[in-house]
Design a protein around this ligand. Sequence first.
Ligand code: NAP
Length: 328
Amino acid sequence: MVAISEIRGQLHKLSEIGPNLVGVFVGGTSGIGESTAREFVRYANAPRVYLVGRSREQAEKLVEEFKDINKEAQTTFLQSDVSLLRNVDEVCKEIRGKESKVNLLVLSAGIMTMSGRDETDEGLDKKVSLHCYSRLRFTANLLPLLRAASTSQPPLSRIISVLGAGYEGALDTSDLSLRKPGAYSLSSAANHAISMTSLSFDHLAKDAANKDVAFVHSNPGGVQTNLGRNLGGVMQKLLAVGAVLLKPTGLIVPVKESGERHAWAGTSGAFGSGAILVGPKGEKTTSKVFEGLRRDGKGEVVWRHMEEVFRQVEGQGAKYIGEDDGHR
Ligand SMILES: NC(=O)c1ccc[n+]([C@@H]2O[C@H](COP(=O)([O-])OP(=O)(O)OC[C@H]3O[C@@H](n4cnc5c(N)ncnc54)[C@H](OP(=O)(O)O)[C@@H]3O)[C@@H](O)[C@H]2O)c1
């Protein structure tokens, strides 16, 4: 565990590493992403920040607030529904047109829903797309800019996906996108999104071209945000009551602290480069399931599947229709 006082001390020194850090916050209009962007703006020296999300109203408020926090910061809102990979490509194109490097890519766009598989017109479940496919598409598209950041001054290059590090679960490698009848459930969707994130990051980190990039998968713990907004009254109330009951146990991380912890994970030297799983209190973590999948070479299998999905959704109206050879 890393004490929050230690983290705040290090964040205070962030401006010393130099000006013009570029941060992209996908899901930066609410919750953990918003809080992480705010702390980055507070402590970085003249940063350029991109907030990606759907809510223009919320983003406009943040753009104004961030100007007050740091007069030298530049914040740009990119409005997009990033559950669609073609929209991810558009956002990345816009960023590439404006920036030659990205120092920090924070991926936290997500939803909480108890409903079943909800297919986008690209053939992927919306939640699994937001939590995994879309984030890995951002990663793949922006890796050249992250590599550029690792060789420019200051050499800082991090990707953070905020999801469920350490909670990897069983993977059906013959149906990674959970298309088969009966395959999709709350737990299989979570298992696949979390395991595919950890395995993909591990796989990408092994590429010598990415040797100076850090791939961080975080589990933020319980953070009170707007995540339950689509659940309906009863479930939302249950979540709120749960949060109140858990508060004295220390298991709930205040949203400001979560932002500070993620801004620190994204900028401090604590984790070096490579693939890292990080828990709610800044501790390195792992899981038996992840170690087993990794040992069995499933990282490569998952990344091949990602590349196949990316290939199939390219082009107007294109859709992922599965892989008939299956994956083992
Ligand atoms: N909070 C927790 O306790 C907790 C615990 C474990 C894991 N997590 C994970 O952490 C991530 C962030 O959660 P949070 O608590 O920060 O949630 P949040 O407050 O609801 O924020 C979610 C963000 O995702 C964006 N988003 C949702 N759908 C989108 C779409 N289709 N296109 C573009 N942006 C979209 C939202 O922006 P717009 O509304 O502007 O689109 C918002 O900025 C989630 O993946 C969640 O599963 C959270």
